[in-house]
Design a protein around this ligand. Structure first.
Ligand code: FE
Length: 391
């Protein structure tokens, strides 16, 4: 038995933001990040539309990248004091993720962060407020997913929270907000979206409801990401939709070990912080080669769907890997961790701990091929040195 959950409404297209005028309620909090939404005038537009909807508005500003437990609790406190019936979150992944966790503490002050960290263990929400999410980057798709990532800085650990209770009620996917993304962010978030779709398609939890979303997202990313990177506005718009489709797929089919590795290596090295999408992009071809032992047929489906022809499943999978590596090169993403700049001594010193952590990551369970800590060490070495995956 499976479950497939999405927001009740997804508004998309240029000007979709205007749908905020039609939300019904008395009070809204707007949760936002560090300032780009304010700088480009979107925050004013949002508060204006909510005002036109007849709502009183209060802002929760300055949610940091990789939001902390403290930020979440501070936001929930403001919500309890103000009593909103709508939580409107806008920005890259971070403010939306933070707002999802604030929502849980707002509705259930007695809950603990430890409770929320247990997968699919959230209390019932929506007794007090509903949730709208407006993404300004084209990658995380948190506007349609059941996930939120919160960092406990006292422990130095990122916690992925997961529950369909935090799947937003309304997503507003307006490409105008993503037009201002810098080039590098466009590359990294775009490859994050591609990884979401590919991992969802080969996931052990994939199925007839998620497959078409994943395949369409892959086709769109392969078509539009290079020109979006170069600044083409139509391509930026298509990427904003593609990442959302990928999100609809992976929120329900979950992910795999590319994400396990990215989660556990992103902040692990003093010699370089690896941005999430960049880490995914580097690992993706190596993981496909590792997974091909059990999932070549699925990767071959993907290859055929994007117009690759080949003699058999393994040939198609091999060509898919080569194409992804070529995209990385075109997008200025290094082919290995060594080329990224992680120093060898630090990599070797931390390898066994990182490998064990990656195997224990929540995303490992739905990967199509099981992996042991020693295999994970070997795989990470391939990603570091660029060596062949032959095990
Ligand atoms: Fe991701």
């Amino acid at each position: 038995m499976s479950r497939f959950t999405l927001p009740r409404d997804i508004y998309y297209g240029k000007g979709a933001l205007e749908n905020l005028k039609n939300l019904e309620g008395k009070k809204a909090v707007v949760v936002v990040g560090g300032g780009s939404m304010k700088k480009f005038g979107f925050l004013d537009t949002i508060t204006d539309y909510l005002g036109q909807a007849g709502m009183k508005v209060r802002l929760i500003e300055n949610v940091e990248p990789d939001p902390s437990v403290e930020t979440v609790k501070r936001g929930a406190e403001i919500m309890r004091e103000f009593g909103p019936d709508w939580i409107v979150s806008v920005g890259g992944g971070s403010p939306i993720d933070a707002a999802k966790a604030m929502w849980a503490f707002y509705e259930h002050p007695e809950t603990t962060f430890e409770d929320l960290c247990k997968p699919f263990n959230f209390p019932k929400l929506r007794a007090k407020a509903r949730f709208a999410a407006i993404p300004s980057t084209s990658g995380t798709a948190t506007e349609v997913t059941a996930f939120s990532v919160i960092t406990d800085y006292s422990k130095g650990i990122k916690y992925p929270l997961a529950d369909f209770e935090i799947t937003p009620d309304v997503a507003i996917v307006d490409p105008v907000l993503a037009e201002t993304m810098p080039k590098t962010l466009t590359a990294h978030t775009g490859m994050d979206a591609l990884t979401h779709a590919i991992e969802a398609y080969v996931s052990t939890l994939s199925g007839p409801f998620t497959d078409p979303l994943a395949i369409k997202a892959i086709q769109m990313v392969m078509t539009y990401l290079p020109s979006s990177y170069k600044g083409n506005k139509n391509s930026r718009e298509q990427m904003h939709y593609a990442q959302c489709l990928a999100g609809m797929a992976f929120s329900n089919a979950l992910l795999g070990i590319v994400h396990s590795m990215a989660h556990k290596t992103g902040a692990a090295f003093d010699t370089g912080h690896i941005p999430h999408g960049c880490a995914n992009a580097i690992y993706l071809p190596y993981v496909i080669k590792f997974n091909a032992k059990t999932a070549a047929r699925r990767y071959a489906d993907i290859a055929r769907a994007i117009g690759i022809s080949g003699s058999d499943d393994n040939d198609l999978t091999e060509k898919l890997c080569r194409l992804i590596s070529a995209y990385n090169a075109e997008l200025g993403i290094p082919p290995t961790l060594a080329a990224f700049g992680i120093e060898e001594a630090e990599f070797k010193a931390k390898l066994s701990v990182i490998a064990a952590n990656a195997v224990g990551d929540a995303c490992t369970g739905s990967n199509p091929r099981a992996i042991t800590p020693s295999e994970m060490e070997k795989l990470l070495c391939c990603c570091y040195y660029g060596s062949e995956v032959d095990f």
